[in-house]
Write a protein that binds this ligand. Structure first.
Ligand code: NI
Ligand code: MN
Length: 227
């Protein structure tokens, strides 16, 4: 069955691939836009990009309920281990590892990463995930960086890019990111959650269509995309 990716609003994704369920940055119970609650999602793996509350919020309770393996940088893995999460897999920028669903490479992100209690969350990251049908790049929270050109050289079937502005890239820089990455399809995320990151994703999609060869896909929280 084709890999299926469901946007859960904000920076949260649920990925079903090869019989495995992968959650990215689950922020559900306190998210004003999440279509599901933390006790409703399945997970074999939970990927965490950085330490901010809107990315780690529900990871502990989901990991404890499901027994999922939490994948993050070393500092974030240590923080969750101290909170009783039994299975973690620590990585760091530039490193990749083959998981049962595919290879995950941790990529750079220009952002910060302090954990909710003030603990050191290490360096923020993005993820390049190689699924059977193609590579999916989650930029996660970041500003624009020219090395996206290198990430794009892998060949990107689908990119998830923040367009919210204020905390991450805004629409203009995200458009530049599409040009550097040259993905087949691109989904705008990390917008619309709160007024400070309100954007018009449809308007952005029109610009992507006009100025790049990528196909923009605007999802509402809870909608899926198939690879
Ligand atoms: Ni953040
Ligand atoms: Mn964020």
């Amino acid at each position: 069955m084709a890999s299926e990716l469901t946007w859960l609003g904000h920076g949260s994704w649920s990925i079903a691939s090869g019989g495995q369920q992968i959650l990215l940055d689950p922020f559900l119970d306190d998210s004003p836009v999440a279509p599901v609650k933390a006790d409703q999602v399945a997970a074999d793996f939970i990927l965490i990009s950085h330490g901010h509350f809107d990315h780690v919020a529900d990871a502990q309770k989901i990991a404890l309920r499901t027994g999922a393996t939490l994948v993050a940088n070393f500092e974030i893995c240590e923080w969750f281990t101290a909170k009783g999460v039994e299975k973690t897999h620590a990585m760091n920028i530039g490193g990749g590892h083959l998981f049962p669903f595919g290879r995950v490479k941790m990529t750079i992100a220009h952002h910060t990463s302090m954990l909710p209690d003030g603990a050191n969350g290490g360096q923020p990251a993005g993820f390049l995930i190689s699924l059977p049908e193609g590579n999916v790049y989650f930029a996660c929270d970041t500003g624009l960086f020219y090395d996206m050109k290198l990430i794009g050289a892998a060949g990107i079937a689908l990119a998830s890019l923040p367009i919210g502005d204020n905390f991450t890239m805004g629409p203009d820089d995200a458009l530049e990111a599409v040009k550097l990455l040259n993905p087949q399809r691109v989904v705008p995320v990390h917008c619309g959650t709160w007024p400070v990151i309100a954007q018009d994703p449809e308007r952005w999609a029109q610009r992507v269509r006009a100025e790049t060869s990528a196909e923009p896909v605007v999802l509402r929280p809870g909608e899926k995309i198939r690879l």
